[in-house]
Design a protein around this ligand. Structure first.
Ligand code: ATP
Length: 455
């Protein structure tokens, strides 16, 4: 009997049985598992947990469109965000392929298939997946991992992700702007993990959480005897992050005198510990974040302009969760899966009313609020599904005002919202969106025209 290691599973999601067979023959290094539709793909993902998946976007019941393929991609990444999904793009579907990359696909290949070229992409995907898994194992214990830990399928986030991927390897300072809970720290970590500094430490400090008097020594360290209680020399966060990345959260809360010292470090790349006399060279990359308008602070003289330009060579604005089309539902699903595993394994998903409640709420606390709410609901859930009652969300704000509006206006607002959402989910595909809405294509066209929306 052979004792060879089992071959890694390659999941091929492809509704053309001939092509499926050819792929099985072509890739004998892998155990090729074939799924022909979304449900089959998700079952296979759960069963085999493949590192790499190839996905044809044209799947039944929409073999000529891309809606089903995109939905499959979103479901797979929600379940297992580290999966490397390689998307097939047919003739003239380059835009879809690029959109898929924005949605989290790892790469794409053109149809008709060149087996050698696809084989190389697949082999590289397995290799990168293995490296990432190894990195996570080495860094085990540390919460969020790479950009893979960030769950999103919203087009509004595609730019953020692209920018993070592009600037991560560069020696530039990055300022992340976003409300609380939008994932600023997660993105800062992603910048670190994707940079050549990933071997060094990622050190985070929340400037708003540390009393002003202590912030200087937290950042720059202190020498023994520098002040009462300084019984030994202590390295500051900047030094601790040498060779790695320092994440300065709530940079707007750094007091002006300390801003001067920070500027000197950024200009000269040397620090002086509190109570110290010598300049110590430190090679630390700084990524900072704030929910405040630093522009306004500069205008008011509360934030040094020269420091601002040093810190903000690249500015990345992170949309709030409410601005990310489809993400609340996607994240809710992912968090249910995540927390059910450890807290209530009987739970398998969200009920339709819970899903509607998630989509209807504005999430002022963004992803953090959603995560906490779902965690609690999973613990509270009695049955297999988390219900709206388990989520216990307040009524959406708009609802209260409905009395003041006439019925036509209320219906129009609801129509606009539902149409916008369906179009986003269907990738702008009118057939897909009309199917989701349960109306005919001509009716959808009429509505789009009537409301002045673009299909
Ligand atoms: N897109 C995402 N996918 C998965 N988890 C996310 C995502 N965005 C945020 N989270 C999770 O939400 C929580 C809050 O994120 P994070 O701490 O990065 O936000 P923040 O913007 O830094 O918040 P604050 O400004 O309040 O410090 C964390 O548990 C993080 O892992």
């Amino acid at each position: 009997m052979s004792t060879a290691a089992p071959r890694p599973v390659l999941l091929v999601v492809e509704d053309d049985p001939n092509l499926g067979r050819q792929l099985r023959w072509a890739y004998e290094d892998y155990e090729v598992v074939i799924a022909t539709d979304r449900a089959g793909a998700i079952d296979a993902l759960r069963l085999h947990e493949p590192a790499v998946v190839t996905l044809d976007l044209g799947l039944p019941p929409d073999p000529d469109g891309t809606a089903e393929g995109f939905a499959t991609l979103a479901d797979m990444l929600a379940l297992k965000p580290d999966t490397k999904v390689i998307v097939a793009s047919g003739h003239g579907e380059r835009a879809s392929a690029l959109r898929a990359i924005g949605d989290g696909a790892w790469d794409f290949y053109a149809k008709p298939i060149d087996f050698d070229a696809l084989g190389m992409i697949v082999a590289r995907a397995f290799h990168v997946h293995a490296l990432e898994a190894e990195n996570r194992r080495l860094a085990s214990g540390g919460g969020a991992d790479a950009l893979g830990g960030l769950i999103t399928a919203a087009p509004e986030m595609a730019k953020v992700i692209r920018t993070v991927e592009r600037v991560a390897p560069a020696q530039v300072s990055v300022m992340l702007l976003g409300a609380s809970g939008t994932g600023k720290e997660l993105l800062a970590r992603a910048l670190h993990d994707r940079s050549p500094r990933a071997k060094g430490a990622f050190v985070a400090i929340n400037c708003a959480a540390i009393p002003e008097a202590l912030l200087e020594s937290e950042l720059f360290g202190h020498e023994k005897g520098a002040f009462t209680g300084a019984v030994r020399t202590v390295e500051g966060k900047i030094e601790q992050a040498a060779g790695g990345t320092l994440f300065l959260d709530e940079i707007g809360d750094v007091p002006l005198p300390l801003q001067v010292k920070l500027l000197r470090f950024l200009q000269e790349r040397v620090i002086e510990r509190v109570g110290g006399r010598k300049a110590i060279p430190v090679d630390t990359r700084v990524v900072c974040a704030t929910h405040q308008s630093v522009d306004a602070m500069v205008a008011e003289g509360r934030f040094r302009e020269d420091l601002y330009y040093r810190l903000a060579e690249i500015v990345i604005a992170i949309p709030s969760l409410a601005e990310r089309t489809g993400d609340a539902a996607l994240l809710a699903k992912a968090f249910v899966t995540r927390y059910a595993k450890t807290m209530n394994p009987a739970v398998t998903g969200l009920s339709p009313d819970a899903r509607a409640a998630v989509e209807g709420w504005t999430w002022p606390g963004n992803v953090r609020e959603l995560e906490n709410r779902i965690k609690r609901a999973v613990i509270m859930a009695d049955g297999r599904l988390v219900t709206a009652a388990d989520l216990d969300l307040p009524e959406p704000e708009g609802e209260a005002n409905n009395d003041a509006l006439n019925l036509r206006a209320v219906r129009e607002a609801a129509d606009r919202q539902a149409i916008g959402r369906a179009l986003a989910r269907a990738e702008g595909n009118i057939s897909g969106a009309s199917r989701m809405l349960g109306i005919s294509r001509p009716t959808l066209y009429d509505l789009l025209k009537g409301y002045g929306l673009h299909g």
